[in-house]
Structures are given as structure tokens and as C-alpha cells.
Design a protein around this ligand. Structure first.
Ligand code: ADP
Ligand code: MG
Length: 362
């Protein structure tokens, strides 16, 4: 019954892009070591403290090892609900951190060193599953929340909207979502590429590109959940006699590892667009504001806490367990070092500072 910090959030600063360098953007974000980040520009001068800061030069491996991601994978195997979410404005490096440049490259797969938190976690899980044999089974589901609708990214054909329900035993859950077993890194990588409607994938979903994730990646929240089922007693696979009732003979653990690529945070302020776009912006507002609201309420001391309004958005319903209850959650806040992104960077850092005070009881 120990409580652990929701995060502690890790901060990742991406390098200036070629376009930003060409435009002559200045670097206004500097890591001072010791988990301190300094933002300095004409009228702003602020210092933030975090437990893990990954500066411009940090490798994907350093982020995996230094953020606590490996421990999160191990906890999922032990039956915990684990979540990692990437937060930040569009272009700040969320997808890069989670998946590497794979999502962007049209023609060739990413170099192994550039693979993101997801692939590194899959590799860890598969390694464990090899050593444990049939005692560990892995499956994945992939959803997006777009315009306050939950859609299955793994179902073939046009995306269908799925109902989000609640039950006493399961909490919030998505009805009829597809879940696919996987046993190799190639299988899960192909699954991701298909869902992303990527040319490198073995086709199938390509016709539906208008709805595919990459077309509105900054406007939808994507949630990839890996379900980890492990039988107790790991390793010893002594087959019980057939008359032994299975459930009591093999109590199993079921953990989850959920990767959340949030919509770009800058949309929160977007107003004035008309029709479809404004509905979309409002829905992103709703989800991210609801998430921010839940986080700030959760950040209050336990005794002073009021009701947490998870029901305010689909995103917070789906993340309810990870945020408040029995989950272990790692937040990676992504920021750009550019002077052009200053106000978004400051708001991301404030958001992350608030998340730092949240605790859960896994
Ligand atoms: P987001 O998902 O937050 O919108 P992306 O992950 O797509 O942002 O990143 C935007 C651009 O910056 C991409 O071209 C990506 O390859 C590049 N990028 C992001 N983070 C890094 C990094 N740590 N190192 C090198 N390039 C990066
Ligand atoms: Mg992205």
C-alpha cells in the first residue's frame, strides 16, 4: 500500500530542427545538470526542477534507461497497470520519443539506435517471454480518441467508433476492441505501421488514409496498450492433472503497459476556427483541459482531495486507473528549445511541475 509519485515526469528537449536553425531561432532552453532546466528569453527567466532531464544530445537508449521505462515494463509483467504518456506541443518530439523516426520515414525503417520507448519496451517484454516460455502471453490493442470518439486503429476497413463503458469490476473499458496476440518484434512493428497507415507496412489499411492516425496525429490521442498475461510460478511448466480446476491451479497475473501519444497541447488555445475544425479544437481542449484538471486535483494532499472528474472526457476515463488508482504512470514532457516555442514550452513545464505532485497507490 505504498504510494508512488505519478511520474516523476521526465523532460526531453529535442534539438533545434534544420528549419528552426535556418530561420535563426535561438536556443532558450538549457539543462543545468542535476535535473534543472533553465528557460531564458527577453521577458522570461525561469528555472524548473525535475528528476530526469534529457537534453538535446540524449540518445533514445538514455531516455529508455534513465526515465524508469525499463522498471515500468517489469512492473507490467508483475501485474501492474502501467502507463507512459508523452505530452507537449506539436513538433516537440512526442512521437519521436515513443516510436523513433519510424513514423516519419517513408522509405526505410529507422536505425536500431533510434527506436523509441515502445520498441525498446516490446524488446524487453519479448525477451522475458522467451525466457519464461508459454508462461507469458502478449497481446496489443490500439485506440485513438478523435473528436471525443474512441476508434479502433487495428480493425481493418474504415475506423469504427467503439462505446466506452464502465463496470464495477473493470472500471472504464472499451467494448469490442480488437486485441492481437504477438510473438515477435516484427509482428508488433508491422501492427503499428499498419495502424499508422505507413507505406512500409503490409498494406491492408491504406485505403482508409483519410482517417489514419498520421493525418491528424496532432489532433488525436493515440493509446497503444500491451496486455501482459503471466501465469504464476514462472518458468516451471508442470502440467497439472486434467481433473485439477484450472483457475485455482494457475492463478495468473494480468498487467498492462499503455503508451499514450497525446494530441498537441497548443491546440488548447486554438479558437476562431469554424465548423469542423472548431469542433475538433474544442474536443481537444476538453480532453487536455480535463486531464490537466484531474492532475491538479490529484496533486492536492490526499486529505484535501475532492471528487476527481474523470468522466469529463474520454481521455480521462481511459486514463482514470493510471492516474488516480492503482496504476504506475510515467510522464514524458517534450519541449522544443527554440525561442519561437517559448510560451508553449513554459506551459508544458508548468503542467509537468504540477503532475510531479500526484501520487498513486499501485
Ligand atoms: P510530435 O509528435 O510532438 O508532434 P515529432 O516526434 O513528430 O513531434 O517530432 C518533430 C520533428 O522533430 C520530427 O522531424 C522528429 O524527427 C524531430 N525530432 C524530435 N525529437 C527529436 C530528437 N530527440 N532528436 C532528433 N530529432 C528529433
Ligand atoms: Mg506526433
Amino acid at each position: 500500500n505504498t504510494s508512488v509519485s505519478l511520474s516523476p515526469p521526465a523532460i526531453r528537449v529535442r534539438p533545434l530542427t534544420c528549419a528552426e536553425t535556418r530561420r535563426g531561432d535561438r536556443r532558450v532552453v538549457h539543462s543545468l545538470g542535476d535535473g534543472t532546466i533553465h528557460v531564458s528569453a527577453a521577458r522570461h527567466d525561469a528555472t524548473f526542477g525535475f528528476s530526469a532531464v534529457f537534453d538535446v544530445g540524449a540518445s533514445q537508449e538514455a531516455v529508455f534507461e534513465g526515465s524508469g521505462m525499463r522498471q515500468l515494463v517489469e512492473l507490467a509483467i508483475d501485474g501492474f497497470s502501467c502507463t507512459v504518456f508523452a505530452f507537449g506541443q506539436t513538433g516537440s518530439g512526442k512521437t519521436y520519443t515513443l516510436m523513433g523516426p519510424l513514423a516519419q520515414s517513408e522509405t526505410q525503417p529507422a536505425a536500431p539506435g533510434l527506436l523509441g520507448l515502445m520498441q525498446r519496451s516490446f524488446a524487453c517484454l519479448l525477451e522475458q517471454s522467451r525466457t519464461r516460455g508459454s508462461d507469458l502471453a502478449l497481446s496489443a490493442s490500439y485506440l485513438e480518441i478523435y473528436n471525443e470518439q474512441v476508434r479502433d486503429l487495428l480493425s481493418p476497413g474504415p475506423p469504427c467508433t467503439l462505446p466506452l463503458r464502465w463496470s464495477k469490476t473493470r472500471g472504464f473499458y472499451v467494448e469490442n476492441q480488437l486485441s492481437v496476440d504477438f510473438e515477435s518484434l516484427e509482428a508488433i512493428a508491422d501492427l503499428l505501421l499498419k495502424a499508422l497507415d505507413h507505406p512500409l507496412a503490409g498494406s491492408q489499411r491504406r485505403q482508409t488514409s483519410a482517417h489514419a492516425l498520421n493525418r491528424h496525429s496532432s489532433r488525436s490521442h493515440a493509446l497503444l496498450t500491451v496486455h501482459v498475461r503471466s501465469r504464476a510460478g514462472g518458468g516451471q511448466s508442470i502440467t497439472p492433472p486434467t481433473w485439477v480446476p484450472q483457475p485455482s491451479a494457475c492463478p495468473s497475473k494480468q498487467g498492462t503497459l499503455c503508451f499514450v501519444d497525446l494530441a498537441g497541447s497548443e491546440r488548447v488555445k486554438e479558437t476562431g476556427s469554424s465548423g469542423e475544425l472548431s469542433v475538433e479544437a474544442n474536443n481537444i481542449n476538453r480532453s487536455l483541459l480535463a486531464l490537466g484538471h484531474c492532475i491538479s486535483l490529484l496533486a492536492k494532499p490526499r486529505g484535501k482531495r475532492t471528487h476527481i472528474p474523470y468522466r469529463d472526457s474520454k481521455l480521462t476515463r481511459l486514463l482514470a486507473r493510471s492516474l488516480g488508482g492503482s496504476g504506475v504512470t510515467l510522464m514524458v514532457a517534450c519541449i522544443s528549445p527554440s525561442s519561437h516555442c517559448l510560451s508553449e514550452t513554459l506551459s508544458t513545464l508548468h503542467y509537468a511541475s504540477r503532475a510531479r505532485r500526484v501520487t498513486t497507490r499501485p
